[in-house]
Design a binder for this molecule. Structure first.
Ligand code: BG6
Length: 468
C-alpha cells in the first residue's frame, strides 16, 4: 500500500458511459466501497449529456449485472454519493476546466482512461495543457498501442506529460491470483530451479480458450484481433513470468527488469510461426465486415534466445468460440535419458510435466510416473495435484485500481517491456498469414496442429485425466 502522501485523492474516469466502466470499473469501485477502501470523489467524464442521477442509475445497473441483485445498499449509496459527472468532448478545453472544477481541492487525482486507444493521446495532451497532470497519475487500458511505432508514440506522449512512475498500464491478468502464483511458485520453491531450463524442459504450451464469441464487441475486435487483444499482452505476460531469471533483489523493479529481458530475448515472429483462424459466423456479428480477415484464433511458436531457453519451443494459443473456457500452462519435461523400462519413454501420451491451471480455477499439478502393482516394471503417469479453489479477496480490477490509487506500480507494465513485446509481434502484424475458418466449439483450425507437430500435440485443457 502507498502511504498517505502518494494515495490519490480523487478518481476521474474518462469513458464513464462505456462498456469497460460498466462491466469492470463500477463493480470494482463498489467492492472497494464494501471494504471501506473508497474514500475519494469519483468524477465520470464522457461526451453524452447525462445528469448525475442518470450516471448513478447506470452505475447501479453495472453493479447489479456483475454482482446480482443482492447489493449491499450502504456500500452502493457510499459510492453513488461520491459520483460527479462532467460531459464534453476530449478535444475541448472547457471539458478540462469543468474537470478541474469538479476536482475541487483534490490535488493528486488518478485519471483512468477507459476510452478507445485512439483517444489516449488526445486526453493525455489535454490533461497536460490544462495543468491537470501535476502530482497526478494516469491509468491506461490495454492494448497499449496497435504496433511498435504507435506504442512508442503513445509512450512518448505519455512521458511528455507524466513521469514513468505515474503511468499505470493495466493488464488485468497481472492482478489474477493464478498468474501471481506463477511468480510465487517459481521463486518460493527451490526444487524447480534445477530443472527449469533447456536441459530438462522440452516445450511449454499456454492455452487461453473461450467458448463464446466477441459478445457485441465486434467493432473493437475488428481493430484488434486475437494477437493484439490477448496474446501480445496477457499471454506474453504469462510467458515472461515463466521464463524470467530470478529477480536480483526483493522488489518489483527487479521483476519488471527481468520480465523486460524476456521480451528482448524473444525472437521476432515470422508468418511461418503463426496460425490465424476465424470462427464460422464471425462475419455476421454486429460491427464486423462481411469480408473480414481478422483472426479470432491465433497459435504461435515462440523462441526465446537466452542461455536458459535456447532450443525450447513455446507454443501459445488463444481463441474465441473454442471448445471450453479455460486457461492452462503445460511445461513438458524431457524423458529420462535411458530407456530402462519399456514404458519410461512413452511413444504416445506425455512425458512428465508441470501444469498450471489459470482459469476457471487455479491449480498446479506435477505429473510423474509410478509403478503399477505386479511383476512387470510398467507404470502410469499420475498427477500430484495442488488445488487452490479459493478466489482472491479482490478481483483483478479491484486489486489493480486500488494499487494504482495507492501509487503501487508492481502489477503494471513498464514502458520498455511494452515496446519490447510489440517488437516481437510487429513483423507479423504487417504480413499476417491467412485466417483459416474453424467451427465454433472446436479447438480451432486443424492447421494449428501442424505448428506443434514436431513437439507433440496440443494439450486441450479440461480433457486431461488424473492419470495421463
Ligand atoms: C480481455 C480481452 O482483455 O481479456 C477479451 O479484451 C478477453 O477479449 C478477456 O475475453 C479475457 O479475460 P478473462 O479475465 O475473462 O480471462
Amino acid at each position: 500500500m502507498g502511504d498517505r502522501t502518494t494515495e490519490a485523492d480523487a478518481l476521474v474516469i474518462f469513458g464513464v458511459t462505456g462498456d469497460l466502466a460498466r462491466r469492470m470499473i463500477f463493480p470494482a469501485l463498489y467492492r472497494m466501497a464494501m471494504r471501506g477502501m473508497l474514500n475519494v470523489p469519483v468524477v465520470g467524464v464522457a461526451s453524452s449529456a447525462l445528469s448525475t442521477a442518470e450516471l448513478c442509475r447506470r452505475v447501479t445497473e453495472g453493479i447489479e449485472q456483475a454482482d446480482g441483485k443482492t447489493i449491499e445498499s450502504r456500500a452502493l449509496e457510499h459510492l453513488l454519493s461520491r459520483l460527479r459527472y462532467v460531459s464534453g468532448s476530449y478535444n475541448d478545453a472547457h471539458t478540462f476546466k469543468a474537470i478541474k472544477a469538479a476536482l475541487g481541492d483534490a490535488h493528486r487525482p488518478a485519471y483512468y482512461l477507459a476510452i478507445p486507444p485512439a483517444l489516449f493521446a488526445t486526453v493525455i495532451k489535454s490533461l497536460g495543457a490544462s495543468n491537470l497532470a501535476d502530482r497526478a497519475r494516469v491509468i491506461v487500458e490495454k492494448p497499449f498501442g496497435r504496433d511498435l511505432s504507435s506504442a512508442r508514440e503513445l509512450n512518448r506522449v505519455a512521458l511528455s506529460v507524466f513521469p514513468e512512475d505515474s503511468i499505470f498500464r493495466i493488464d488485468h491478468y497481472l492482478g489474477k491470483e493464478a498468474i501471481m502464483n506463477i511468480l510465487y511458485f517459481r521463486f518460493a520453491n527451490s526444487f524447480l530451479e534445477p530443472i527449469w531450463n533447456r536441459n530438462y524442459v522440452s516445450s511449454v504450451q499456454i492455452t487461453l480458450a473461450e467458448d463464446f464469441g466477441v459478445k457485441g464487441r465486434g467493432a473493437f475486435y475488428e481493430s484488434a484481433g486475437c494477437l493484439r487483444d490477448v496474446i501480445q499482452n496477457h499471454l506474453f505476460q504469462i510467458v515472461a513470468l515463466l521464463a524470467m531469471e530470478p529477480p536480483a533483489y526483493q522488489g518489483y523493479g527487479a521483476v519488471h527488469s527481468e520480465k523486460a529481458k524476456v521480451f528482448h530475448a524473444m525472437r521476432p515472429l515470422q508468418p511461418g510461426n503463426m496460425i490465424r483462424g476465424q470462427y464460422g459466423g464471425y462475419r455476421n456479428e454486429p460491427g464486423v465486415a462481411k469480408d473480414s480477415d481478422v483472426e479470432t484464433f491465433c497459435a504461435l511458436r515462440l523462441s526465446i534466445d537466452s542461455w536458459r531457453w535456447e532450443g525450447v519451443p513455446w507454443y501459445l494459443r488463444s481463441g474465441k468460440c473454442l471448445a471450453a473456457t479455460v486457461g492452462e500452462v503445460l511445461v513438458t519435461l524431457k524423458p529420462p535419458p535411458q530407456r530402462l523400462f519399456d514404458d519410461s519413454r512413452p511413444v504416445e501420451g506425455r512425458t512428465n510435466y508441470l501444469r498450471f491451471r489459470l482459469s476457471p480455477n487455479s491449480a498446479v499439478a506435477l505429473a510423474a510416473r509410478v509403478k503399477r502393482a505386479g511383476k512387470e516394471f510398467i507404470g502410469d503417469q499420475r498427477e500430484l495435484y495442488l488445488l487452490d479453489e479459493r478466489p482472491g479477496e479482490e478481483a483483478p480490477y479491484e486489486r489493480l485500481l486500488g494499487d494504482a490509487m495507492a501509487g503501487n506500480g508492481a502489477l503494471f507494465t513498464r514502458e520498455d517491456a511494452v515496446e519490447a513485446a510489440w517488437a516481437v509481434v510487429d513483423p507479423v502484424l504487417s504480413m499476417p498469414p491467412p485466417a483459416y475458418p474453424y467451427k465454433p466449439g472446436s479447438w480451432g483450425p486443424k492447421e494449428a496442429d501442424a505448428l506443434v507437430a514436431a513437439d507433440g500435440f496440443w494439450h486441450n485443457p479440461g480433457l486431461m485425466k488424473a492419470s495421463a
